[in-house]
Each structure stands twice: as structure tokens, then as C-alpha cells.
Write a protein that binds this ligand. Structure first.
Ligand SMILES: [Zn+2]
Ligand SMILES: [Zn+2]
Length: 340
């Protein structure tokens, strides 16, 4: 059996000992399967024996799961949890704080996976339909279940004229709003944030209305990382944050496969090891970005060879690059710090 060991941030094989406990091959310690692993097979993370929670570090953050009496929902839930685990893996690797809202009601993180309600429990059409908006509020990240349905997500993507729309992208984007509250709001960094992204006190509702009425800012490519980022400084930050997580995760994967360009190994941005082990690696942003440009060229080339669309359909302007560098600096500064 295989399972992910969060305290080691890696996968391990497991064998059952004489007492029937799962022992990890990588450290010999005893673990239990997360309850969503043993009961539903939608998780592959393990829980240390001394931890009394039945759920793993990832599943314990989910506050609302889809209604499992609808058979289709289990598959969609699996995809959501899978994307969420990948987000959390990167956050753990970068040493960013993760705590649930039961332990920290004011600063914790939680997830709700909700479905649009068009009919009541007897199947009658509702007079007022309840559509779920994917978004973040006070530490709770809500994802519309439809986003886990590939055909529905593609339909939305086409409608919005986007070239990139993934479940993982949604998780990364919404986590950006969460970490903005933790790492930027009411902190000295707000000044530099406003200089780069603009003043977030700009009325959000009218900015959103303007965006949906008139479309993105003209020549958004010269200033913003995506069309959506041009809507409001908060969205600009969340889009840039998500992009940074795309970068570091993909670079780390390439590094883990010993991928090299012109004889040089791809930089590994993760600071996975705990600081007390003194293995904190701080790669310069310029180094990361140079490797990123080389790597994404290859990535797109390989996709085209297979007849797929570009995996990375983005061009980074100088202004977007400055914002990405700022995200990198914020992450490095807060890595392994306890943020209140
Ligand atoms: Zn789990
Ligand atoms: Zn957003």
C-alpha cells in the first residue's frame, strides 16, 4: 500500500506490523489511513498514530462535501480533493501556514464544495435558483461542484474566452485571497502591494460590474498576468499568486525528475525541509524565472508534438514579472513563520 506522509512531505510504501498497524517504509513510524482513504478511497494521505483526528491534514480542512447519495458526486469530490491536496502540498513545501478554522476560527482555512440548487429535495424547480460562486470569504474557500465536471468547465472556459481553466488553478487562485489576508492585509507590506497592484480599497462590486459589462482593460497583456487580473487589485494578486504556485510546483516536479537544460538541473524552489534542519533553500527569483522560461518552452513543444494545446498559454510582461517577484519575496519571508 502507498500513502502520502505529510510530516515527511513524501510518499511511502506501507506494511502492516504484528499489531495490524501501518508502518511507513521511509521512517518506520506507525500511521493510519485517512478516513476518506479507508472508507471512500478518494484520499491517499496518512495520519500519524498519535494524531487523534480521523482525517488527514488535507481532508480535515473540508467543511462541506458533496451529497454522496448522488453517485456522480463521488467522482467530482475525488477530483476536488485531489486538486486541493496538490495545492496544500505546495503550501507545505513552501513552509506556508495551514491551520483549520476549528482550531483558529479567525485565521484558519476551510473548504466547501457546493452544487447549484435548481430543484428542491422533491425535484420541483425552485422559484429562486441558488447558484454557487467559486470564491473566498473569511478563510472559507467555496468551489462550485460543476468546476470538477470536465465538460461543464470547458463550456465555461469557452464562454469566458479563456485559454487556461483548471480545478487546480481555482484552488491556487482562491488560496491567494486567503493568504493575502494573512500575509499582506494590516502589515507593512501593504505599501509595496499598492505600489505594484494598485489600491485594493477601490470598490470591488463596481469593479466587478465594470469587468462583466465592458470586458477586461484594453492592452491588459502589457500590465496584467491574465484578463481577469485587470478587474481589481485583489484579483490581480490572486491571479499572480496562482501563477507563482504553477511555477514552483512545475519546477519542483521537473527537478524531482532530474530534468536539466543545457546540462544544468532545473532549480527547486521548495523549502520543504524544516528551518531547524538548516536545509532552507533560497533560490533567487531571477534563477527560478529563467529556468521557468526554458522549461515552459519545452512543455509547450512537447504538448504540440502530442497534438495538445499549449500547457502554458501565457506571456509575462515586465509589470507582471515585478508582481511575481513580490509574491516570491512574500512567500520566502513567511516561509515556516507562524502567522497570527
Ligand atoms: Zn484525507
Ligand atoms: Zn478571485
Amino acid at each position: 500500500m502507498l500513502g502520502f506522509v505529510p510530516d515527511e512531505v513524501r510518499l511511502s510504501a506501507f506494511t502492516k506490523d504484528d499489531e495490524g498497524k501501518f508502518r511507513a517504509a521511509i521512517n518506520g513510524k506507525a500511521y493510519r489511513q485517512c478516513q476518506n482513504y479507508s472508507e471512500h478511497d478518494i484520499c491517499n494521505w496518512m495520519v500519524p498514530e498519535e494524531d487523534s483526528n480521523v482525517f488527514c491534514q488535507s481532508c480535515r480542512l473540508t467543511e462541506i462535501i458533496p451529497n454522496l447519495s448522488e453517485p456522480e458526486n463521488k467522482k467530482l469530490w475525488f477530483r476536488l480533493e485531489q486538486a486541493k491536496r496538490r495545492l496544500l502540498y505546495t503550501c507545505i513545501s513552501l513552509g506556508l501556514p495551514i491551520v483549520n478554522r476549528f482550531i483558529a476560527p479567525d485565521t484558519g482555512l476551510g473548504f466547501a464544495f457546493l452544487k447549484n440548487q435548481e430543484t428542491d429535495q422533491w425535484g420541483n424547480e425552485l422559484f429562486i435558483k441558488q447558484y454557487v460562486s467559486t470564491g473566498h470569504a473569511n478563510g472559507l474557500i467555496t468551489i462550485n461542484l460543476d468546476e470538477a465536471d470536465h465538460s461543464m468547465r470547458m463550456e465555461t472556459r469557452e464562454k469566458m474566452g479563456e485559454r487556461y481553466r483548471t480545478l487546480l488553478g481555482h484552488f491556487r487562485h482562491e488560496s491567494g485571497h486567503y493568504y493575502w489576508d494573512r500575509l499582506i492585509a494590516n502589515r507593512p507590506e501593504i505599501g509595496e502591494f499598492r505600489r505594484l497592484f494598485g489600491d485594493e480599497r477601490l470598490d470591488y462590486m463596481s469593479a466587478m460590474q465594470g469587468y462583466y459589462d465592458n470586458g477586461p482593460a484594453e492592452n491588459w497583456q502589457n500590465v496584467w498576468i491574465s484578463a481577469y487580473a485587470s478587474m481589481h487589485p485583489w484579483e490581480d494578486w490572486a491571479e499572480t499568486w496562482a501563477h507563482y504556485l504553477h511555477m514552483v510546483d512545475t519546477l519542483e516536479t521537473a527537478n524531482a525528475f532530474d530534468f536539466s537544460i543545457a546540462g544544468n538541473l532545473i532549480a527547486n524552489p521548495a523549502t520543504k525541509a524544516k528551518p531547524q534542519n538548516n536545509a532552507y533553500t533560497s533560490v533567487s527569483f531571477t534563477h527560478l524565472f529563467n529556468d521557468w522560461c526554458q522549461l515552459t518552452k519545452v512543455l509547450n513543444g512537447l504538448n504540440r508534438s502530442m497534438g495538445h494545446e499549449d500547457a502554458y498559454p501565457f506571456i509575462i510582461s515586465i509589470s507582471a514579472l515585478d508582481k511575481l517577484r513580490f509574491v516570491h519575496e512574500i512567500v520566502m519571508k513567511n516561509s515556516h513563520e507562524v502567522v497570527a
